[in-house]
Each structure stands twice: as C-alpha cells, then as structure tokens.
Design a protein around this ligand. Structure first.
Ligand SMILES: CC(C)(COP(=O)(O)OP(=O)(O)OC[C@H]1O[C@@H](n2cnc3c(N)ncnc32)[C@H](O)[C@@H]1OP(=O)(O)O)[C@@H](O)C(=O)NCCC(=O)NCCS
Length: 177
C-alpha cells in the first residue's frame, strides 16, 4: 500500500474545495460553511506558509500549522493536519490543562469516496504519526463526534484510548511508543 504525504500547496486548493463540499466529509467537518475558492484561499494560504492566525482579545497571534495532502499510489485522496494542541486549547472551549503538555492534535479526512473503508485511513494515520507527529510530540489528541462511528473505529484500530465524552465529542489519546 503506497501511502505518501505531500506538503499542502496552493495548487491543491481546488481539491480541498471539492472534498470539503463532499457529503461524507461535510457531515463531520465545517458543515456550517459554504466553501468558495476565496474562503479556501483565505484559510489555507496561511497553512501553506505553515501557520494559523488567531484573533484573540489580546491581539493577533500566529501558531504553527502543518498541513499535508494524503496520496495513495500518487493520487491525491485526502487531507491531514497536525499542530500543537496546547496552542489552541481555548478555541473549542477546552481546558487542556489535564492533558499531556507535549501534545499534538490532528484533523483529517479521506476526500475521495471510492477510497473509503479499504483500510487506507488507518494505514495512513499510523504512517503519518510515525513519520511526522511523533518526531515532535509525545502524544496525539483527536476529538471525533460521538456519532462518527467510522472515525472512532479508525482511531481505536490505531490504538487511541477514549478519555472522556464532553459536549458530544469524545476525547481520544494515543501516546508515542
Ligand atoms: C475517518 C476516515 C478517515 C476513515 O478512513 P477509512 O479509510 O474509511 O478507514 P479504514 O478503512 O481504515 O477503516 C478503519 C476501521 O473503521 C471502520 N469504519 C470505517 N468507516 C466506517 C463507517 N462509516 N462505519 C463503521 N465502521 C467504519 C472499518 O470497518 C475499519 O474497522 P475494521 O478493520 O474493524 O473493519 C474516513 O471515514 C473519513 O474521511 N471520514 C470523514 C471525515 C472524518 O470523519 N474525519 C475524522 C474527523 S475526527
């Protein structure tokens, strides 16, 4: 199974637009946003440069954001990003103080429907963690919707442990081994 990753580039933006408007992704990702090429450009051109800008009461800050395209046999099939969870704790109203300090978070999807449920997601996830995330972090966090059975099953298969359920999302953690 030849899974590879490529750093996000501006030329990937039409793919992001297509995938984010696909129903199986939209069910769990930014479902309230009517994506346009302009909105994609505005959000993801920061990620191409390696950061996400946050508008806080205290001012504007920029935090590292690592964004990649997932490829299967050199065909682009999905998107994955990782970042320091502790850089964005309050964005979702979380108190992250009871989580590990050196903690990454990831968000991802397989955008091409015909590539779902073939074992590619779990394979890609493990590979991505080893190749990138665990090079920098001791643990990784995800927070699937409690109804997102496919994602939860995929994380369990990759040895994530459920920590707690809060406001309809499940906190799941995996430690570097
Ligand atoms: C989550 C996602 C990346 C999984 O990718 P995938 O390639 O389909 O997953 P896999 O084929 O590796 O499946 C892993 C396990 O989950 C199970 N699974 C996957 N999708 C499922 C679904 N919709 N319902 C039930 N089980 C599912 C598989 O059967 C497999 O378990 P098994 O080996 O015990 O049979 C993909 O479903 C996706 O992109 N979903 C939309 C976006 C999303 O939810 N992202 C995560 C947000 S937290």
């Amino acid at each position: 199974m030849a899974i590879t990753f490529e750093k996000l580039k501006n030329s990937h933006f039409p793919l992001l637009l297509k995938w984010l408007m696909t129903s199986h992704v939209r069910a769990w990702w930014d479902s309230n946003i009517a994506w346009t090429p302009e909105l994609i450009e505005e959000k993801y051109s920061q990620y191409v440069k390696g950061y996400k800008r946050l508008n806080l009461i205290s001012g504007i800050i920029e935090k590292p954001m690592h964004a990649y395209i997932i490829l299967k046999d050199e065909k682009e099939i999905g998107y994955i990003q990782y970042y320091n969870k502790q850089d964005f704790p309050s964005e979702y109203g979380y108190n992250a103080s009871d989580l590990p300090t050196n903690l990454a978070a990831i968000d991802w999807y397989i955008g091409e429907p015909e590539y779902l449920r073939l074992g590619i997601g779990s394979g890609a996830l493990n590979l991505f963690l080893e190749k990138y995330v665990f090079k920098d972090f001791d643990a990784v966090f995800v927070d699937p919707d409690a109804k997102n059975i496919g994602a939860i099953r995929t994380y369990e298969k990759a040895d994530f442990i459920q920590k707690k359920t809060l406001n309809g999302v499940i906190w799941m953690l995996k430690n570097k081994t």
